[in-house]
Design a binder for this molecule. Structure first.
Ligand SMILES: [Zn+2]
Length: 468
């Protein structure tokens, strides 16, 4: 067997790992590289393999950095099945359609504002290409529900565990037989934070795992507890309300947005925060609300029952409004504070949030609140690192707004939880740390090694491949 790391290797985006066994090729995830266009364009425009030679894809979850290249894969000749949990099939469909739309808008904006020497750009794929990719999906329920393995061929079968990261997120366990010997390979996708509102905790794998491909986004961080984070958020909102501030929250449309709505609902109902108007300015988040309704079986029922009442839409309360049209979104520009607007994209690399940041970043009373991981090269990363001025849509803006960051609402496990999850596995021979920046992985690897001295801990580089 051979494993090649073709994305999210010493990086947090572009997740793509290729397993080859007896000539059969399985691609784990097919994600988009995100970040500065000059760096990601080339990485996203072609594959380091021939798509028509891939036999099957298994998708861990529906975030764009895990599924966003599937339309291009199919457009480039892939003819096999794309296996994913039923909720991931729905989520990934929405995310890819949104990605196509953003790329089309981005290309059209770029091409009408060309600077001397700049070339026009074209989207990687169209919405029609997305529908072609969606037709390749084969839903595979979590093993928890189905109690059945899915067979890819005589030698390879797999099952999906709940990763507790976003709705539908999966940990993939593959069982591969070569020359009469059977080995198991687990791929975590992204591992969720324990006690995340709405979702179940990441499921432990019952079988021995010989080879683990694990995410390591926060390998060097320990998050504060959710209770502490909620108290800090309540303080921030109360102050913002008193000062009539606008709070801009860049957020992934799926995952963080729904968790924040849930937490804000709790804080509002308990009277901990004032009734601040909250706008969810993301048509995608509104659509994904429907996916939540459809896949109620994937909630953590003990927390969900707080709010989901028969006949009432989940993730709604009366000072919360979803804005659908562009006009409604633009109306927020002239609306006086205090209010909060939660809008995509999470790393400020496109979507309506870029306009909200542009309109408020020079206002010293405004607050820009980050709740998720900001990859290197993104506008979000520059803002949290204190870069000023920052370039937004071709213009420079000094950063005068107050910048705050809440890692604890992250949908990723922190160092303690990663250590607990990995050291609980049995039968481990090798661990590959992916979906991480080099600095996080090089801090985490020795800590893990100390706990598991007989296990090989490897931090692969982009395009590294290993015969196992
Ligand atoms: Zn993710």
């Amino acid at each position: 067997m051979n494993i090649a790391f073709l994305g999210a290797a010493q990086k947090v985006t572009g997740s793509k790992h290729l397993i080859e066994t007896n000539g059969f090729k399985i691609l784990l995830d097919c994600g988009l590289h995100q970040g500065r266009r000059s760096e990601t364009n080339e990485l996203n425009s072609a594959f380091p393999f021939n798509p028509s030679e891939i036999d099957a894809v298994i998708l861990s979850h529906g975030h764009a950095d895990h599924c966003g290249m599937l339309p291009l894969l199919v457009k480039s000749g892939f003819r096999g099945n794309i296996y994913a949990s039923p909720a991931t099939v729905d989520v990934a469909g929405y995310i890819m359609r949104d990605s196509a739309k953003i790329q089309e808008q981005d290309a059209s904006y770029h091409n009408t504002h060309l600077r001397p020497g700049e070339d026009p750009i074209s989207p990687l794929y169209s919405t029609e290409d997305v529908e072609q990719a969606v037709a390749h999906f084969v839903p595979v329920p979590y093993f928890l529900h189905s109690k059945e393995w899915t067979r890819l061929n005589e030698q390879v079968r797999f099952k999906l565990y709940d990763a507790g990261h976003i709705l539908g997120s999966s940990i993939v366990l593959l069982e591969i037989t070569e020359d009469g010997k059977t080995k198991t390979v687990a791929f975590t996708g992204d591992i969720g934070h324990k006690d995340t509102p709405l979702l179940r905790d990441p499921e432990n794998i019952a079988e021995p795992v010989n080879i683990l491909i694990s995410e390591c986004t926060y390998g060097n961080r320990v998050h504060k507890t959710l209770e502490e984070a909620k108290a800090n958020l309540a303080k921030l909102i109360t102050l913002a309300f008193e000062h009539k501030s606008k709070i801009i929250v860049p957020s992934f449309s799926l995952g963080r947005t729904q968790e924040l709505i849930y937490i804000l609902h709790q804080l509002t109902d308990s009277g901990t925060i004032p009734r601040l108007p909250i706008y969810i300015d993301s048509p995608l988040a509104a659509n994904l609300g429907d996916v939540f309704i459809k896949h109620a079986e994937e909630y953590n029922t003990s927390t969900w029952k707080d709010f989901a009442k028969p006949g009432e839409p989940p993730l709604a309360f009366h000072n919360l409004e979803y804005t659908h049209s562009v006009e409604d979104s633009k109306r927020l520009n002239t609306l006086p504070g205090p209010f909060m607007v939660i809008s995509a994209s999470g790393m400020c690399e496109g979507g309506r949030v870029v306009h909200h940041i542009k309109n408020n970043i020079t206002d010293e009373h405004a607050i820009i609140m980050f709740t998720g991981y900001q990859a290197e090269g993104t506008l979000g990363r520059k803002i949290i690192e204190g870069v000023s001025p920052v370039r937004i849509m071709g213009e420079e803006y000094p950063v005068l707004a107050h910048i705050v960051k809440f890692n604890e609402f992250s949908a990723h496990a922190d160092q303690d939880q990663l250590l607990e999850y990995i050291t609980n596995l049995h039968g481990l021979e090798k661990v590959f740390l992916v979906h991480t920046e080099a600095s996080q992985a090089t801090s985490f690897a020795p800590i893990l090694k100390e706990k598991m001295p007989t296990v090989d801990i490897i931090v692969p580089k982009f395009q590294d491949s290993f015969d196992l």
